[in-house]
Write a protein that binds this ligand. Sequence first.
Ligand SMILES: C[S@@+](CC[C@H](N)C(=O)[O-])C[C@H]1O[C@@H](n2cnc3c(N)ncnc32)[C@H](O)[C@@H]1O
Length: 264
Amino acid sequence: MTDRLSRLARSWDEAAGGYEAYFVPRFAPWVQAAVDAVRELPDGPVVVPCCGTFPELDLLAPRFPDRRIIGVDLSAEMVRLARRRAGERPMVEVVQGDASRLDPAWSPAAVVSVFGLQQLPDPVTAIRSWYDVLRTDGRLRVLYWPEVIEETGPFELLDKVIGAERDRSWEDALLPALDGAVIERDELISYPMTHPDAATYFDAANHAGPLRALALARGDDYVADLRERYVAAAPAGEWTHRPRARLIAVRKPRSRAGAARPTS
Ligand SMILES: C[S@@+](CC[C@H](N)C(=O)[O-])C[C@H]1O[C@@H](n2cnc3c(N)ncnc32)[C@H](O)[C@@H]1O
């Protein structure tokens, strides 16, 4: 495993319990939207790369009770919580590993991933590899946080205080990388999300979310300074915003001749 991947794995190990408590309920409408987009599948398993604590499973399992459902995540602690969520369901397995490439032997009927793609070192190669392992007529549903999620709000302010550089070129390359696919949907999906206040959101991002990896890399003093600047620049009190995630839904046609542009 590269240093970057092992630091990311460690950061999600530390974040996992808090992520389940703080972010999973707030992200639930997007998980629902991604799973609702999974319909009319051929036979075969459903694979969920970057499953985290596996909230997708609560919706997938009742919808596909007789199918094998496989979650994949890098973080041992996420995998532990995902297995706890899976319980005794015999058709469900959770595999620890790098989801940038999936086992072609799974030959999935569907690959469904929520808020994982933007974490991967090479999202363009990953989305193509997820498509490639699909069986004919299989469905790929990928929901991810784009580089620009909102014009103003808690997520945007965090990027601003960090001084994050935005490179959207990989996002523009996603659909071209899916050459041969039938593009069924490509849209931005937003729902309201509320945080008790700016400090609570910052602390959740730091201890239970995506800021953990940066905190591990840069140290406590850096994060303390970031927090001070964040809270000073944020509005007081409860904070509601409408972040936008991108949903890409494609089908693998029987032949390349079946490929077409978006139908909705
Ligand atoms: C924001 S969480 C999303 C989890 C879940 N899908 C959800 O919607 O709540 C992102 C997850 O991606 C995982 N992840 C990041 N890079 C990964 C990689 N290369 N392979 C597998 N999982 C990865 C992290 O461990 C983390 O659990």
